[in-house]
Design a protein around this ligand. Structure first.
Ligand SMILES: Nc1ncnc2c1ncn2[C@@H]1O[C@H](COP(=O)(O)OP(=O)(O)OP(=O)(O)O)[C@@H](O)[C@H]1O
Ligand SMILES: [Mg+2]
Length: 323
């Protein structure tokens, strides 16, 4: 059995889990559900009569858009990331790894239970001080982790992200009509696609993104990777993790807080609370690029804003990049 999905028979999944020594003799699979929204991978919640697991499997393509190829080893990166931060204070903020199957590209993770990802902040247009402080301190803990020598360079995933962050959004003819997202969006994006000075800065930071750095990064530090329970905050989905520069994670985090709230103050807040040396200009520029690419790139967010509001956000982002 190569792949499991929502239509797999309970007994097949049960046999697999038993083979891996994950079930007790009297334990059986009762249900298989989808735990939440995701695009890239197969993610299943498997409930037995004793416990509940999360099974995540990478395939050689994007699960939701199966004609798009994707690096199969991304699940191994996720596994390596969780292993690198094991036995640190991050234990309290990440799911435990229960099993990794290198052959079938399956990671079995602790089920975090009733959690909700934080993409709701785009509608709420706010984040609590407590949550913000947690997110900053979790980022700092990740960035302080001791990096195993064998940590994968994750270059294929970075190349993919590089295209979507630094290249395609700023290409004139990228084959993606922004008016299909929202009428008028194409027009407000055009000046940025033509601005050579802006594009030169973005190009250079894109090159830096592809270099080897000295800091373990989550690589996708945005509300879709932040999970909230009643009394805790968790970080999941480190498949874009790599050894790079801290300003990347921090800039991306700031960008999403600014997109959600329209307030630039989050840059300063993060800079003042983060425990570690950072290049504030670089972080601000990364944030500006992330804001722009989320507005005029292919990876759109559930962000309902008028064209006027998006125009203002783009102007803000432009200033941040041209700092
Ligand atoms: N350990 C966990 N415990 C509880 N729920 C989880 C866990 N891991 C993932 N989920 C749920 O499953 C969803 C998808 O998981 P994840 O983001 O890891 O998948 P993905 O395919 O990489 O998604 P994306 O395409 O957004 O990158 C999450 O948003 C969350 O709701
Ligand atoms: Mg993912």
């Amino acid at each position: 059995m190569q792949y499991f999905d929502l239509t797999s028979s309970l007994s097949e999944v049960e046999t697999y889990l038993k083979e891996k020594g994950l079930l007790q003799l009297d334990e059986g699979v009762i249900t298989i559900e989808k735990p939440g929204e995701g695009n890239m991978n197969v993610v299943l919640r498997i409930k037995t009569n004793r416990q509940s697991f999360i099974l995540k499997q990478s395939r050689p393509y994007v699960e939701k858009y199966q004609q798009i190829e994707a690096p199969i080893d991304r699940i191994a990166v996720e596994n390596e990331f969780y292993r690198a931060i094991q036995n640190t204070a991050l234990n309290a903020h990440t799911p435990k790894i229960l099993h990794f199957d290198e052959v079938k590209h399956i990671l079995l993770l602790e089920d975090l239970g009733t959690c909700e990802d934080m993409v709701t902040i785009y509608q709420k247009t706010a984040i609590s001080e407590k949550e913000l402080e947690k997110l900053i301190s979790i980022a700092a803990l990740i960035h302080r982790a001791v990096i195993p020598k064998s940590f994968p360079d994750n270059m294929e995933m970075r190349q993919l992200n590089h295209q979507h962050i630094f290249v395609l959004p700023f290409m004139k003819d990228n084959g993606f009509s922004l008016d299909t997202v929202q009428n008028g969006l194409q027009k407000i994006a055009e000046p940025y696609k033509k601005d050579e000075a802006l594009k030169a800065i973005i190009h250079n930071i894109g090159e830096k993104y592809l270099e080897v750095g000295d800091t373990l990064l989550h690589g996708d530090y945005y509300p879709g990777s932040w999970m909230k329970s009643d009394d805790n905050l968790y970080i999941i989905d480190p498949e874009f993790g790599f050894v790079g520069f801290a300003e990347f994670d921090l800039g991306v985090m700031a960008a999403h807080l600014i997109l959600a709230t329209s307030k630039k103050k989050y840059l300063k807040k993060i800079q003042s609370k983060y425990e570690g040396e950072i290049d504030e200009k670089l972080m601000t520029q990364v944030a500006g690029i992330e804001i722009m690419r989320r507005l005029i790139g292919l990876a759109q967010l559930p962000l309902e804003r008028t064209i006027e509001e998006k125009t203002k956000l783009l102007k803000k982002a432009y200033k941040m990049i041209m700092l």
